[in-house]
Design a protein around this ligand. Structure first.
Ligand SMILES: [Zn+2]
Length: 170
């Protein structure tokens, strides 16, 4: 896709204009997810499909640990600024930025260092098929299971609040 339809992009921008630094992370997530679900046909194709928009659209936001996310009020200001600056044709940037934002909203970060790029802070995921805890680097995207094993492509899913509480991470 070369561009989102102007009216579709405008709808997100209008919703985002209403956000303030007091808006909760959960309300921001709801704004993004409702917009994706209302306009789903535009997000089932590239570049959105390769950024996992299908998976995001099926996330149950009520079960996710949004209250424990590292998303802060300064992130809200940055989020507003970026969304209002991008244009409907910036599909690649929009897809990547919204993916990063949604990931920051629905995952928790732990104080671990990435073994590949040595950046601090990794996000917690769960293995889709083995249920094992996994860490993913914010910066380079490297991921590994808690036992050190490499994660297969597409092998991870978002960890909900109950899972994280059971393993004592929140
Ligand atoms: Zn890394």
């Amino acid at each position: 896709m070369r561009s989102l339809p102007m009216h579709v992009w405008r709808k997100l921008q209008l919703a985002v204009m209403l956000l303030s630094e007091e808006t909760s992370p959960r309300d921001i997530l709801v704004v993004i997810l409702s917009w994706i679900r209302d306009n789903y046909k535009y997000f089932s194709v590239e570049p959105f499909s390769s950024y996992g928009f299908d998976e995001f659209s099926h996330v149950n936001e009520n079960l996710m640990p949004v209250d424990y996310s590292s998303f802060s009020s300064s992130d809200i200001a940055h989020f507003k600024k970026v969304i209002l600056e991008y244009q409907a044709k910036d599909v690649e940037f929009i897809a990547r930025f919204l993916r990063d934002t949604m990931e920051a909203l629905i995952t928790v970060e732990v104080d671990k260092q990435c073994p590949r790029c040595e950046s601090d802070g990794m996000r917690v995921f769960i293995g889709k098929h083995n249920g094992l805890l996994a860490y993913q680097c914010n910066v380079c995207g490297h991921s590994h299971y808690i036992d050190g094993a490499k994660v297969e492509v597409g092998g991870l899913e978002f960890a909900n609040e109950v899972v994280l509480r059971n393993i004592g991470l929140i």
